[in-house]
Design a protein around this ligand. Structure first.
Ligand code: GLC
Length: 633
């Protein structure tokens, strides 16, 4: 690597880095030494980066908005469930190309503990691939194969905790004080009880409490998630450095996007819920600067499933904007999609989405209908009150609706982590199951099945119409139903999230070309969404999202105004009946020469004053300039 370029990056990022390290560790260590140590590691990584990765960095440096282009389409899968092994994954990449995928999040790749491992989020070795999947060079091979096809690779950086069986934890248990200090260990209940007074529980049913007694440590160790996931102590600068090296190694294996797992939990403070502490942001900013020195083409994505006001800071929104993560999960959009579908009413979604602060122009969302985790019914009391609802009652309604409690409910979900103390209940189930596809198919009623598939298309149609990276969660493109096989596996049986983590049924996937099949209908629809997005740069991130509230509250309407790439308008009907919007809606949205690019067959002009939308219709309009060509990275 050309030293001058690395030096230039060091000169650019160091002035911001030093005060960050000082704020975090000034009272416990020599900050200049820490700066030298961390920058030294980043520079060493930069110099040992493979030429192909350096070329990718250079291309991305000339187009820093590369990840905001509408051509970004994501797919998420467990490596094992999708391809068996990493080589098997590489053999399936044509399938992703059919869906225009340009971003691939592979889960459970690094070596996790045997038995229960929280779906791979209990890592025992960050520098080793799960032996059942292959080797580190297989990981590099998959990354290279993806890059050949213009696809970025996203991997988890499980940064908040390690498995109890990680070498650091083993050493701590063996008596090493240095490694004991990597974790948060207390000799008795005094400190844990002080923290517990304000700490929520993440897994109240399967792992109550936030501390676990360890007989070897003779102490209580902090375990936010499961008892075998030990939280790391980021107040110790050695932990920051260790995790930096993990990220640098992943970047040099060819990982393009670091999914910062549970980043909100990385700093603890008594008297708080120990989430979203200011220091958690400083840590993310430190990693951003160091990764930018080592591998400027690499992105950071925040996995922070928190309230919108707490979320925006992960995208760098502070009193003054700061480079932090490039991407974050749009949990609010996901919850609002399901809320609107259950109620047949998008009033709450309109209000909640309108209340969101604007996204900084240099960052973006990853949008999703479902992921591998449960859905937490994150409807704020303020948003609910704004439309005349009660927050607690609506949250309870959603949990009950999706577990199929009402006769009107089409959904086939199962509860997760019910908490009798605060009435919270989360929901699991595949997207198709929650839309009622499986249930309808079992009745054999084609009209019911059609309606259920429309629901799935509606959610995907809205989600793909938002700026950011749309994520297809493995199997949704085939309308895969719930899979209860996990119940037979004792290491999974108590975690209902496995109901929506099926193995990829490739025989069923083959039916995507069988005319008239369910798989063909859904696959073709998702394919069309992706192809249409890719063609229309107006869907790129970096512009403004404006939510319109129409008198017919079944309608969710959103306009995108990109300063240079054009305009977009989306209309969605969340009711099982026809809905209307004023004929002038497009003019309100500032569209001067709109064309319908999706859902034209679902839109009618029955009356001069109105557009009519079919039940569950989603329609996209664009107003762009067909001379705009998106750069490819
Ligand atoms: C993230 C993961 C989730 C896991 C948790 C703890 O939220 O998405 O699956 O249980 O972190 O690592």
């Amino acid at each position: 690597m050309n030293d001058e370029r690395v030096e230039a990056r060091v000169r650019h990022w160091t002035p911001a880095l030093r005060p960050l390290l000082d704020a975090l560790y000034g009272s416990v260590t020599d900050v200049d030494a820490l700066l030298d140590r961390t920058v030294g590691l980043a520079c060493a990584a930069a110099r040992s980066r493979r030429p192909a990765l350096q070329a990718l960095d250079a291309r991305r440096e000339t187009d820093p908005a590369w990840f905001q282009h509408s051509s970004m389409v994501g797919y998420v899968a467990y490596a094992e469930l999708f391809g068996g092994t990493l080589k098997g994954v590489a053999d399936r990449l044509d399938y992703l190309s059919e869906l225009h995928v340009s971003y691939f999040h592979l889960m459970k790749v690094l070596r996790s503990r045997e038995g229960a491992n929280d779906g791979g989020y209990a890592v025992v070795d960050y520098r080793d691939v799960d032996p059942a999947l292959g080797t580190w060079s297989d990981l590099e091979y998959v990354a290279d194969e993806l890059h050949e096809r213009g696809v970025s690779l996203c991997l988890d950086v499980v940064m908040n905790h390690t498995a109890r069986e990680h070498r650091w934890a083993e050493l701590a248990r063996g008596g090493s004080q240095r490694h004991r200090d990597y974790y948060l260990v207390y000799p008795d209940r005094t400190e844990p009880d002080r923290f517990e007074a304000t700490l929520p529980e993440v897994f109240p049913e399967i792992a109550p409490g936030n501390f676990t007694w360890d007989p070897d440590l003779k102490g209580w160790v902090w375990t936010t998630f499961n008892t075998y996931q030990w939280d790391l102590n980021y107040a110790n600068p050695d932990v920051l450095v260790e995790m930096l090296q993990v990220m640098l190694d992943l970047a040099n294996a060819g990982v393009d996007v670091m999914r910062l797992d549970a980043v909100a939990f990385t700093w603890k403070r008594v008297g708080t819920n120990c989430q979203n502490q200011p220091e958690a942001h400083l840590i993310a900013q430190v990693y951003r600067a160091l990764l930018a020195i080592a591998a400027p083409g690499v992105l950071m994505k925040a996995e922070a499933i928190v309230a919108p006001s707490d979320l925006l800071p992960y995208l760098g929104v502070h009193r003054l904007e700061r480079p932090e993560c490039h991407l974050a999960y749009h949990n609010q959009l996901m919850v609002m999609l399901w809320s609107s579908l259950a109620s047949g009413d998008a009033g709450l979604a309109g209000a909640a989405m309108q209340a969101l602060p604007p996204t900084p122009s240099s960052a973006g969302w990853v949008n999703y209908v479902r992921c591998h985790d449960d859905i937490g019914w994150a409807v704020s009391d303020a948003d609910a009150t704004a439309v005349g609802l009660s927050g607690p009652a609506h949250r309870e309604f959603l949990a009950r609706f999706y577990r199929g409690d009402f006769w009107q409910s089409f959904a086939d979900g199962v509860p997760f982590s019910s908490n009798p103390d605060n009435g919270d209940e989360r929901t699991c189930g595949t997207a198709a199951a929650l839309c009622g596809v499986g249930k309808a198919a079992r009745t054999g009623d084609p009209a019911a099945l059609d309606l259920a598939v429309r629901r799935l298309e509606l959610l995907y149609g809205v989600m793909f119409g938002f700026p950011g990276v749309p994520l297809v969660y493995m199997g949704d493109e085939l309308a895969l139903d719930n899979d209860a096989a996990y119940l037979a596996d004792p290491s999974r049986a108590d975690d209902s999230r496995w109901i929506h983590r099926p193995e990829m049924p490739w025989d069923l996937a083959d039916r995507r070309t069988t005319v008239g099949s369910l798989q063909q209908r859904v696959f073709t629809y998702v394919q069309r969404l992706a192809a249409t997005r890719v063609e229309h740069p107006a869907l790129s991130a970096g512009g403004e999202v404006i939510i319109h509230r129409h008198a017919d509250s079944a309608v969710f309407a959103w306009a995108l105004h990109h300063p240079s790439l054009g305009r977009f308008y989306g209309l969605a009907n969340f009711a099982a009946r026809a809905a209307t919007v004023p004929a002038l809606a497009l003019e309100w949205a500032g569209m001067s020469a709109p064309s319908v690019v999706l859902g034209a067959e679902l839109l009618h002009r029955d009356h001069p004053a109105n557009w009519t939308l079919d039940p569950y219709a989603v329609v996209w309009f664009v107003d762009d300039d067909d001379t705009v060509v998106q750069p490819t990275v």
